[in-house]
Design a protein around this ligand. Structure first.
Ligand SMILES: C[S@@+](CC[C@H](N)C(=O)[O-])C[C@H]1O[C@@H](n2cnc3c(N)ncnc32)[C@H](O)[C@@H]1O
Length: 303
């Protein structure tokens, strides 16, 4: 297949509109986002960090009706819950397998605004607790949480062949590359893949590099301009086309895998990545233990 070398660019609401599906009122996405995706800046202000991803995921699920979705990076759960919400509303007997190194009962710093009448604040909360408060119990029937680093989890993955993936975990090139090939390895005959965080800035160069070096040579892809650019959003009129989310539809997967394998051995890469991931997670764990020990020692000497 002759693919283009540039991305087709769309504004998010135009892309969603073209899918021609019925959506819940947009305020319901903002409310869920305020509980599961709000972020804060160093100056103490809060912002709605790309809540459009939830609308986009909902619309993609309603349109393509996937029955096995794979998400890399559950985070606080906004994307995952929007997928489950769409499955529930559209009567899709599907499952979203969502992977994160942070477990659902681990408390983390959590910017949140519980309702419009309250000010946003930062609390210490665990995903399970917030989901109990904000998610419809019927949505959660569609969710399978997988805890661990992505390569370790994917070694034991035993879900049905995946027909939609959302890649939004580690954003370094190596990790995005791993998650992309891992999704292809467990894909059905065709799969749609949505990447978050395509950008020329630090946080998005890994995805950008993968898209230009390894996706566009084989398949067309669309850049969707998101992050506060929904009509009424604070960046609605921003014309910058260097950041957004990328959507790729991979039909005839065996042919795509053949094309990729001729220039790149994914099996060899996967084994190498697993070693790198073990080394990386070990360094993080040792760092945490050392910080805990130092805190205990300093705390002890003050008493
Ligand atoms: C940006 S958040 C995900 C947001 C989520 N997809 C959403 O739509 O709300 C990224 C998450 O990826 C997780 N993560 C980062 N690197 C990872 C890795 N190598 N394996 C598993 N999880 C990872 C982090 O713990 C974090 O919770």
């Amino acid at each position: 297949m002759a693919a283009k070398t540039t991305l087709d660019v769309f504004k998010v609401h135009e892309f969603v509109e073209a899918l021609g599906v019925e959506l819940p009122p947009v305020e319901r996405f903002w409310k869920l986002g305020d509980a599961t995706a709000l972020r804060n800046r160093a100056d103490g202000s809060f912002f709605r960090a790309n809540y459009e991803r939830g609308i986009l995921l909902y619309a993609l699920v309603a349109k393509h009706r996937p029955t096995s979705v794979l998400e890399f990076g559950t985070g606080r759960g906004y994307g995952c819950l929007c997928v489950a919400w769409a499955m529930r509303d559209c009567g899709i007997p599907g499952v979203i397998h969502t992977v994160d190194k942070v477990s659902s009962d681990e408390s983390i710093r959590w910017p949140v605004r519980w309702n419009e009448s309250e000010k946003p604040r930062v609390e210490l909360l665990a995903r399970a607790e917030v989901w109990r408060r904000t998610a419809h119990p019927g949505w959660l029937e569609h969710v399978r949480e997988l805890t661990g680093y992505s390569a370790a989890v994917m070694r034991g993955f035993c879900g049905a062949p995946v027909d939609l993936a959302f890649i939004d975990a580690g954003h370094g090139h190596r990790t995005v590359q791993h998650d992309f090939y891992a999704a292809l390895r467990v894909a059905a005959d065709s799969i749609g893949i949505l990447f978050d965080d395509y950008s020329a800035e630090d946080w998005g160069v890994g995805t950008r590099r993968l898209i230009h070096e390894e996706v566009l040579p084989h398949r067309n892809a669309s850049l969707i301009l998101t992050d506060r650019r929904w009509p009424g959003g604070e960046r609605e009129n921003q014309t910058d086309t260097s950041t957004g989310m990328v959507w790729v539809q991979c039909e005839s997967l065996p042919q795509l895998l053949d094309e990729i394998q001729s220039g790149f051995p994914p099996g060899l890469f996967a084994s190498g990545y697993r070693f790198w991931e073990m080394w990386y997670s070990l360094r993080i764990m040792v760092g945490q233990r050392v910080r805990q020990a130092l805190r205990a020692t300093c705390g002890g000497s003050r008493r």
